[in-house]
Design a protein around this ligand. Structure first.
Ligand code: NAD
Length: 491
């Protein structure tokens, strides 16, 4: 018997798990609050070992039939799944702006269309996946990409709908069955995804949602030996725990983690363009893994750059994410607000200067002013560690070599931005050790392109073929071209 629905700003959403094609309630629940104004949104199911067991068993039961279908047979299911997401567009927007604080306008124009595309694009691209022949003199190799099995998907609170569909798309299209563990600070759009999957007619057990707390429900899921893959996006400390748990069973993990990416402004950059892009780093209140949060600016253009960026930042509208004009919304949780302000306080106590911001924002308890700190050295805490809030740092450099050394001088290596004359910017970018880097631009993400980080920013790549490689077992079926003659001396 399912629990009563939550009413979030007029949108009804289930607080229960979704297992084997049905809503499954839980006696244990956790409270969910909105970052907008700290109001209680409701109580959400907190997965217990029995729910984890039920979900794994359901996904295992569904696997033989789902994996035996061809990609062409799975395509209509996933097409309908995308369509059902689109049908619920307004509800997805309302839910994620209320529980995660994401701008309503960004949900409408960016996230929901992208979530649909995440499902559709991989479903279509799986058509060319199943067999890739290799012909040699000796043999014909039928290289198959077989679905791996039951996949556990764990996503963070800053972009739950985008990141869940980014993983579900390729996992399902390749023929795996999935268990999604949503983030406990923003679990509602993942619950609505289950409604969309249900309405699309996905067979029971193909897609399951187990709500709950990471340290308990998540930990149980990733340590189960029946799991074939863990696809995780989140923080470095959690990744270490997941890698240990999955490693004990030799289960492959894909880990998309934090960043401390450089935003390099070369002397020959278009300063106004760089400054306008720079202000985008406050998007989602800076709670974006791929943001370029460390500004490295050539000393001869630093003053002009700071003035240009200050003008843009002064005009930013901080406030309720549901407002059409809002550009910077709230921080997800009081604990995260404390963490962000703690970073600022310690940096200032250590001698950093505040170029702008530096304080809580008067709009509300979970809002922080867009902040820029300078007067820092490379080994300062705030230069080395991900803040995950609207707090940026600015350092200057005198040569390309110095810029590259500073860019590479942290343990992270997720992304980067480089503004300058295009050839010059590419030459510098090629020397930055990172998973990706944008030249005179920011945030361009094509589904076919690889996405992921190096060093502490993660292991593995997502996107296009890289996603399929992860979610599949590669098998080579070798058919000799001439009759095979058994011989002990043959290699
Ligand atoms: P988090 O690591 O605290 O939580 C992420 C998810 O892991 C949540 O669903 C949580 O419930 C679950 N979890 C927690 N402990 C677990 C455990 N022991 N076993 C299994 N699951 C567990 O991260 P967060 O605070 O939700 O997200 C912010 C972090 O995510 C930042 O570091 C950010 O940079 C990173 N991030 C990375 C990317 C990327 O693509 N590289 C994208 C978005 C966010």
């Amino acid at each position: 018997m399912s629990t009563s629905m939550l009413d979030v700003a007029g949108v009804l959403v289930s607080p229960d798990h979704y297992i084997d094609g049905e809503r499954v309630p839980s006696e244990e629940r956790f409270e969910l609050f909105s970052p907008i104004d700290q109001r209680l949104l409701g109580q959400v199911a907190a997965g217990q070992p029995a729910h984890v067991e039920q979900a794994i068993a359901a996904a295992e039961r569904a696997f033989p039939a789902w994996s035996a279908m061809s990609a062409a047979e799975r395509l209509p299911y996933l097409d309908r799944f995308a369509e059902e997401i689109g049908r619920r567009a307004d509800a997805f927007c309302t839910l994620e702006s209320n529980d995660a604080g994401v701008l309503l306008s960004r949900m409408r124009h960016g996230v929901v269309p992208r979530a649909m595309l995440n499902i559709r694009w991989f479903a279509e691209h799986a058509l060319g996946l199943q067999e890739r022949p290799i012909d040699t003199q000796q043999a014909h190799h039928r290289v198959r990409h077989d679905p791996a099995g039951v996949v556990v998907i764990i996503t963070p609170w800053n972009a739950p709908l985008m990141l869940s569909t980014w993983k579900l798309g390729p996992a399902l299209a390749a023929g795996n069955t999935c268990i999604l563990k949503p983030p406990e600070w923003a679990p509602l759009t993942c619950s609505l995804l289950a409604d969309a999957a249900h309405a699309a007619g996905l067979p029971p057990g193909v897609f399951n949602v187990v709500q709950g707390i990471g340290a308990t429900t998540g930990a149980q899921l990733v340590s189960d030996p029946r799991i074939a893959r863990v696809s995780f996006t989140g923080s470095v400390p959690t990744a270490r725990r997941i890698a240990q748990a999955a490693g004990a069973n030799l289960v492959p993990c894909s880990l998309e983690l934090g960043g401390k990416s450089p935003f390099i402004v070369l002397e020959d950059a278009d300063i106004d363009a760089a400054a306008a892009t720079g202000a985008l780093m406050y998007r989602n209140a800076g709670q974006v893994c791929l943001a370029g949060t460390r500004f490295l600016v050539h000393e001869r253009v630093a003053e002009r750059f700071i003035a240009a960026m200050r003008t843009t930042v002064d005009g930013l509208c901080v406030g309720d994410p549901r407002g059409e004009a809002t550009e910077v919304g709230p921080i997800i949780h009081p604990r995260q607000v404390e963490r962000v302000l703690g970073f600022i306080d310690r940096a200032v106590a250590g001698g950093a200067q505040v170029l702008w911001g530096g304080q809580p924002h008067p709009f509300g308890a979970q809002y922080v002013q867009p902040t820029m700190l300078t007067g820092l050295s490379q080994d300062d805490e705030i230069v080395q560690n991900e803040v995950f809030g609207p707090v940026l740092t600015l350092q200057t450099f005198a040569s390309d070599d110095e810029a590259v050394a500073m860019a590479n001088g942290t343990d992270y290596g997720l992304g980067g931005v480089c503004y300058g004359d295009t050839a010059h910017a590419i030459a510098v970018a090629d020397r930055v050790r990172t998973g990706f880097i944008w030249i005179n631009s920011f945030g361009i993400r094509d589904l076919a392109a690889p996405f992921g980080g190096i060093k502490r920013s993660g292991i593995g790549r997502e996107g296009g073929d890289w996603s399929f490689e992860f979610f599949c077992d590669v098998k080579d079926v070798v058919v000799p071209k001439k009759p095979f003659r058994p011989s002990f001396s043959h290699r």
